[in-house]
Design a protein. Structure first.
Length: 636
């Protein structure tokens, strides 16, 4: 901008000077023409002159001031006369403004050459041009210096403003020095001050939003407690001198059952109720920190509370769980394990102790609390308790069942009822189903557990004449892949064919996909007895389509994740339609599980599945009670 302005200024002054030169040239041209006429008239008076050149010069010069005069005669060289000289003038103004009128003519016997001086007009014009040039030069110099000073001040203001903006971008907010932004830049100072305030406000808003987002990222959306990431961060900070108190681990074992029996919304309400009871118990412990560390596990840090005193406080929570259990009519609500933590506590050891404490509490009955104060044998205690509980369960056959119906979508399709196992300890207290299966597998008792379940189902169907139709019974995929178990199952079902033809053996796809040849042998063995096979949780594996080709099960139960909001999920609808099309060609019936709302039911019926199972279709019902002690054992 500065260079362009200087060039424009120079061109303006040059144009003004050129205009003045043109005007002076016009004036001098008029004067020259007038003097040319006068010179011709004057010379006409002396056109016959013959005489002395000096006298002729005096006569002509008296009329017109001469700049140059030369008279050369052939009659008498003594009469020759020359005045002035003709040579280029080095004055630059004479190049712009002609200063003379010349004439060269022949007289009788002589030659006359002269130049009339235009000094009066030329001097005035030259002086005007010279004065104008000086004025323009002074003005140009003044404006250039002013521009330089203005530019310097403007550059200083711009540099200060740019540096100030850089500080604002770096979230620094120094006071604005208005003295460094003056004159024409004063609006910029106001704008920078407003910008600073806006950025401070925006930065504060961002910080608040970031804090909210950070809290949400570390917060469980259902309970409002800290999530697993937040728990891990808190756990890693243990070790300070002031860090001592109680760690409580609460396992909400009924979440899976409630989700299956009453729907996912009921499961969320179940977790919310537990979190509310925990908050109510911790009203007087403002420093307590609560976390939901997995789908069904809660952890609580209570500083400065000894573990023995904590047991008394958590007894009130157990009372709340007992009351909630009566309302829900469930087997239990949750189990509580309490362990102490100190500045020497190792996080991994602390969690292992808490897990062992909960495991032991699960063997004691619904909603029980167990305090584990030492680590030395904590894991051994938990394993021993569960080993004993599983042995007792198997020896005393403490298993009962409830049933959940599967609704056929067409009248020409036959469906069955699924039997769901319930487990009890030696005192008749309900044990958490998921944990029982996990512990049975950990202690190598899963095959015995599956055998007992099959035995009890056969006994129940033989003894209870009210149980008509087909019934599904779940066995672990680990057992289904064991040749010894398959041989036992085949032999048992062959000896009770009148019951076997009414059984549907359900196995999870997740396990049997590990060994397709062993899985095919299992399906073939079951089919040879007249029983049927159902693959549950279908769609979660990577070889699902190969199952149709090699296993040929009778039923395929889609995993509940495909049913959830299926009326709004085009991807799930496409998957189900594809599965249904393949199954129809092979004669396999498709059952959709986890149906909870009417829209899901209508959509699945439109997709031509064969059966529907879920809380919206039918709730699980307890079988008619039988005396477990008097049941007749099926041959082992």
């Amino acid at each position: 901008m500065t260079k362009a302005y200087q060039l424009l200024l120079f061109l303006t002054f040059a144009f003004a000077f050129a205009v003045e030169v043109w005007q002076q040239q016009s004036l001098l041209a008029q004067a020259t023409k007038r003097h040319q006429t006068e010179l011709i008239q004057t010379l006409d008076q002396f056109k016959q002159y013959q005489g002395d050149g000096d006298l002729l010069f005096q006569q002509i010069n008296a009329i017109l001031p001469l700049r140059f005069f030369q008279y050369i005669t052939n009659l008498d060289p003594q009469q020759n006369y020359t005045f002035g000289q003709l040579h280029p003038n080095t004055n630059w103004l004479e190049n712009l403004l002609p200063a003379q009128v010349t004439d060269d003519r022949q007289l009788p016997q002589a030659r006359l050459q002269l130049s009339v001086d235009l000094s009066p007009w030329y001097t005035e014009a030259a002086q005007q041009l010279q004065n104008l040039g000086v004025q323009l030069a002074i003005m140009y110099l003044f404006l250039s210096i002013s521009l330089m000073l203005f530019t310097r001040r403007l550059t200083s203001s711009i540099r200060y403003s740019a540096n100030y903006i850089s500080q604002l971008i770096s979230a620094q907010f120094p006071p604005l020095q208005a003295s460094k932004i003056r004159g024409e830049c004063q609006p910029l100072a106001s704008a920078l001050e407003q910008l600073k305030q806006d950025i401070k406000t925006y930065t504060n808003d961002i910080a608040i939003k970031h804090e909210i987002i950070s809290q949400k990222a570390l917060q469980d959306s259902i309970t409002g407690f800290g999530n697993r990431q937040c728990f891990t961060q808190t756990l890693s900070q243990l070790g300070g001198a002031s860090q001592l108190g109680t760690l409580a681990l609460i396992k909400a074992t009924e979440l899976g059952s409630i989700n299956q029996l009453h729907g996912r919304h009921a499961g969320d309400e179940y977790l919310i109720k537990i979190s509310q009871d925990i908050r109510e118990m911790l009203t007087h412990y403002t420093q307590a920190q609560c976390f939901r560390i997995s789908s069904a596990d809660f952890a609580i840090f209570i500083p400065n509370l000894m573990v023995k005193d904590a047991a008394k406080q958590f007894s009130g929570l157990k009372t709340g769980f007992d009351e909630y259990q009566r309302i829900l009519s469930t087997d239990c609500i949750a189990y509580i394990g309490l362990v102490p933590f100190t500045e020497q506590s190792n996080p991994a050891t602390l969690l292992a102790m808490a897990d062992s404490a909960v495991s032991i509490a699960q063997t004691l009955g619904p909603n029980q609390i167990y305090v584990l104060e030492k680590h030395d044998e904590s894991e051994l205690q938990g394993n021993t308790r569960w080993h004993q509980a599983i042995d007792t369960l198997l020896q005393q056959r403490k298993i009962d069942f409830c049933q959940q119906s599967i609704q056929p979508c067409r009248s020409n399709v036959d469906m069955y009822r699924e039997l769901l196992a319930r487990f009890y300890n030696s005192s008749g207290q309900v044990l958490p189903t998921t944990t029982v299966f996990a512990m049975a597998e950990r202690h190598g008792k899963h095959i015995e557990m599956d055998k007992l379940i099959v035995q009890l189902v056969i006994e129940r169907l033989l003894k209870d004449q009210q149980l008509q139709g087909w019934y599904g019974v779940n066995i672990s995929s680990h057992s289904a892949l064991q040749p010894d178990f398959v041989a036992w199952l085949k032999d048992t079902l062959n000896r009770y064919r009148q019951v076997a033809c009414r059984l549907v053996i359900e196995v999870s796809e997740i396990g049997i996909q590990k060994n397709l040849s062993a899985s095919a042998a299992f399906v073939k063995a079951v089919h040879s007895t007249g029983a049927r096979v159902a693959i549950e949780r279908f769609g979660t594996g990577f070889t699902s389509f190969k199952f149709f080709q090699e296993l040929r099960p009778d039923f395929v139960k889609l995993d509940g994740s495909f049913t959830n909001q299926v009326h709004m999920d085009s991807g799930n609808r496409f998957f189900i339609k594809m599965i249904v099309d393949i199954a129809k060609r092979l004669g396999v019936k498709i059952i959709a599980t986890g149906v909870e709302v009417q829209d899901e039911k209508f959509t699945l019926e439109q997709l031509l599945v064969d059966g529907l199972q879920g809380y919206y279709i039918a709730k699980p019902l307890t079988l008619h009670p039988l005396n477990l002690e008097k049941q007749t054992q099926v041959a082992k």
